[in-house]
Design a binder for this molecule. Sequence first.
Ligand code: PEP
Length: 250
Amino acid sequence: MNTKVIAGNWKMNNLQADTTATLTQLIPLVADATATVIVCVPYTNLATALQVVKGTNVHVGAQNCHWAEKGAFTGEIAPSMLKEMGVEYVIVGHSERRTYFGETNQTVLARTKAALNAGLKPIVCIGETLEQRNGGTMEQVLTEQIQQGFAEITAEQMANVIVAYEPVWAIGTGVTATNEQANDAIAFCRSVFESMYGSDTAASLCIQYGGSMNDKNAKELLSMPHIDGGLVGGASLVAEKFATIVNAIK
Ligand code: PEP
């Protein structure tokens, strides 16, 4: 069985004091976790988060990185800048970035490659819209996101990649995919990875579910055979709720 990974995505929330308070509360609550615990915070909170989690089992991630090593990209952050700070993980291709910031499968690939080259572990997000699911193109969309978004990633590099299947209609909406919908979609994604990388790599790949996962529904979702963890938005802002999700894995 893969080690399960629960990652919180704070999005554009929390100032320094909130960061310290939330993580200070979270740390003892997840100290005995069997899952890997990651908290992805805004860039401005990374230093504080890294300081607070030092010596604990809580890991810190960023929410995006650029594909270039350096250069004239005003406002962007290079993967090496994150790595230098001690950041271990980075979310790439979140649906909010695809929707609001023009992210494509090609830019997702470029960012993922850059993150891996810098020694970061990317959490790469994929997922269909409701229109695509209802219109019968879900499998095509997921296949394209995987085939294009991972086109130049090697099987060896996949050992450092986490994938988050996040149906867009379930993100921040309070509508969760049913256990079966989430499991089936992840099983499908795994089959696409298998066709690219073979069965061993596909079987050991960590594929999380994300989309309104919370302290009430996490246990059932996380007990499904293909769901290797969760990417958690709203519920990760509240330490007790996020800890309940993490500890649902024990
Ligand atoms: C997310 O931001 O990746 C997410 C899944 O958000 P939420 O849990 O709030 O739906």
